[in-house]
Design a binder for this molecule. Structure first.
Ligand code: GAL
Length: 670
């Protein structure tokens, strides 16, 4: 288990470093993340490299038992470089150069920038590839995040054309797939192609817009790969990662993750606005990151103080840092690196608080982190090789998310919130669930696969879904499934198109449900008990049985939820967004039928329970149950069996309780 903080030696006087390292060691730190954003210190002027300060820092921390994860500095190109080649700046939607700010203003397709990237990464790699103190590498910083994923410059236009040529081979096919005959858009020469930039209000061809998102994502995947290749070329054999942002959807994280050795996450739980939603929203972020490669991950930025750039948001109260740290560990983090060690007295992030306040002395948060450090040091050996194991999966697909972002269908509809509604069922009931890619080779390890808004899917995915159900799996699909082809054309068949046989239904008619005018939902012949939002479909059963019906409007009495047996399995379909109670009851039934069970039965909502398990060296399966109280008050519950709480060292049997922010890590006895 790695435990530490982001440290920026360039921000502090050399004389201070050792005091910091010493304090870190006393808190059981064993790692710091350094050097991202320090290009100007590494290469103060073109071609003059200076790594003496970094050598010194790496060595000094190592002398205190603290190793280093090095970040490549490409998120923050120096001013001399941008002044020399202003063409490197991204162009925004309106064609304006983004200009010098703090970071990430570069175009990932700019050939000059790629050259300079290669050079600085090679300089670093040449120097640190074989240094034993360097135990991992981070590429850039939060690639594509915060509105920097799409650039509208001429280099991108050219690269987009090449990408389209590769994809469609002929312009005729592109015209056909995008349907450019609409509004005289036909392209007759590749050179005519443009980017979906500023235009009239109605915007762009959605096929083009979607392809541009895909292309932009691929551009960063390529940019990351370029750096990974340089590191490998110089013999780096330590894990290479880049820090991702949980629910951000600027780039296809599955593609980015493929080239990494392991995934990393930046997590700031207390920034999420609605306090009651924080546990499950951050839980979803963790599970999404674990799902990218189907294994444990690092947290390379973990909130450690008040997060704010211009206006303060909430300060973590006593016990909160510890609580959120345990949520991360519970859900599969094998490294906790806090952002940041000490709050800076200047610069854009002078309000962005770290473990130490501006004054740099050990205070309340340091004491808490130190406690966590001591605890994790005791747990580390036990947790090695363990992870979260789930029998249920939710498929998250960036391409569908993008398609819904481009065309939300219903006012206010947000793909990721819809997915979160499904996730919440599992989270609240402590049932482990993986968030996985639609391209997952094989769903057969799962008893249940939920596929929200699978409007488009590759043929191979469609095939795999059928195969999975035929062999006994259960799927839940929902509205708009199959409505589009992979390149955005609407399907010219009765819906749900490729899933008609699987789901045993037909859909000819559909529309939105306005917020002011919700529809009712009733369990088969029972009186109305729920509400339907957002979207309706007039479902004609063709072999499926009706589970829930709409109660109003011209389709009153028609199915809202159906179930169909297909091969040895079952396929459910939900033609609307049901209220939480109906959804929970539906999933309750499904979970009951297939036998999905909570990590620990009988826990109140608001207490999170997660199991990490795995084989120990002696071949025995070990199980650790993390219990985390997210409620404002204390909770009492009963545990069956005998456990030891590894944090307190005490045996727990029968009645147990947790204070607010309280955590237990239980191991079963006997
Ligand atoms: C992260 C970023 C860090 C720092 C932090 C606080 O998103 O990676 O470098 O900027 O936010 O703003």
């Amino acid at each position: 288990m790695l435990f530490g903080a982001c440290y920026y030696p360039e921000h502090w006087p050399r004389e201070r470093w050792d005091a910091d390292a010493k304090m870190m060691r006393e808190a059981n730190f064993n790692v710091v993340r350094m050097a991202e954003f320090a290009w100007i210190k590494m290469e103060p002027e073109e071609g003059r490299f200076d790594f003496a300060w970094l050598d010194d820092a790496v060595a000094l921390f190592a002398s205190r038992g603290i190793q280093t994860i090095l970040g490549t500095p490409t998120a923050g190109p120096p001013k001399w470089l941008l002044d020399k080649y202003p063409d490197i700046y991204q162009r925004d939607f309106q064609g304006h150069a983004r200009g010098f700010g703090t970071r990430r203003s570069y175009c990932a397709n700019n050939p000059v920038y790629r050259e300079y990237t290669r050079r600085i990464v090679a300089e670093m790699a040449g120097r640190y590839a074989s240094r034993p103190e360097v135990i991992g590498w981070q590429i850039d910083n939060e690639l594509g995040a915060i509105d920097t994923a799409r650039c509208y410059c001429e280099h991108c236009r050219k690269a987009f054309i090449a990408w389209l040529q590769e994809k469609y081979a002929s312009l005729g096919r592109l015209n056909e797939e995008w349907g450019t005959i609409f509004s005289s858009q036909l392209y007759s020469d590749w050179e005519q192609l443009h980017l979906p930039a500023y235009s009239v209000h109605q915007g762009h061809n959605p096929g083009m817009a979607l392809d541009f998102r895909r292309f932009s994502s691929d551009s960063f995947v390529g940019y990351q790969k370029l750096q990974i290749d340089v590191l490998r070329e110089y013999g780096v054999d330590r894990p290479i990662t880049s820090n991702l942002m949980g629910s951000f959807n600027d780039l296809d994280y599955y593609d980015l993750a493929q080239d990494m050795d392991l995934v990393s996450l930046d997590i700031y739980p207390i920034m999420k606005k609605v306090p009651e939603e924080r546990p499950f929203r951050t839980g979803l972020n963790h599970d999404s990151m674990r799902g990218l490669k189907g294994r444990n991950y690092w947290v390379l930025e973990h909130q450690s103080g008040t997060p704010c750039t211009h206006a303060f948001s909430q300060t973590p109260k006593p016990g909160e840092l510890r609580r959120w740290t345990y949520q991360s560990v519970a859900r599969g983090a094998d490294a906790i690196v806090y952002f940041r060690w000490r709050t800076l007295p200047y610069g854009l992030e002078e309000f962005w608080h770290g473990i130490l306040q501006h004054h740099g002395k050990p205070g309340r948060k340091y004491a808490e982190v130190r406690q966590v450090g001591a605890e994790l040091a005791r747990l580390a050996d036990k947790l090695r090789g363990t992870t979260v194991k789930a029998k249920a999966a939710i498929v998250k697909c960036f391409h569908n998310e993008w398609a819904f972002e481009l065309q939300p269908h219903a006012p206010g509809f947000v793909y990721k919130d819809h997915l979160a509604d499904y996730y919440r069922y599992f989270f609240d009931r402590h049932i482990p669930v993986d968030i996985v890619s639609p391209d997952t080779d094989d769903f057969s390890g799962y008893d249940l696969v939920v596929l929200p808004n699978l409007m488009m899917a590759r043929d191979s995915v469609i095939r795999r879904i059928h195969e999975y159900v035929r062999k006994g799996g259960t799927v839940v699909m929902d509205f708009r499934a199959g409505a589009k082809e992979w390149n955005n054309r609407m399907l010219e068949e009765l819906l749900p198109g490729p899933y008609a046989e699987l789901l045993g239904i037909e859909i000819d008619d559909y529309g939105i449900i306005e917020e002011e005018n919700p529809n009712g939902l009733a369990w088969n012949d029972a009186p109305p008990s729920g509400r339907a939002r957002t979207w309706y479909e007039v479902i004609e059963p063709k072999g499926a049985e009706t589970v829930v019906r709409f109660t109003d409007d011209y389709f009153a009495g028609g199915p809202a939820v159906t179930r169909h047996r297909y091969g040895a399995g079952s396929a459910y379909y939900i033609g609307t967004e049901p209220d939480a109670a109906t959804l929970n009851a539906l999933f309750g039934r499904i979970a009951g039928v297939i036998g999905l069970s909570p990590a620990l039965p009988g826990l109140p909502q608001g207490v999170e329970a997660v199991v990490r398990s795995g084989e120990a060296e002696d071949g025995r399966v070990r199980e650790f149950v993390f219990l985390i109280n997210h409620l404002n008050g204390p909770v009492s519950f009963r545990l069956s069996g005998r456990h030891v709480d590894l944090l307190s060292g005490e045996a727990v049997e029968g009645a147990a309780s947790l204070e607010p922010n309280g955590v237990m890590v239980l191991e079963k006895l006997g």
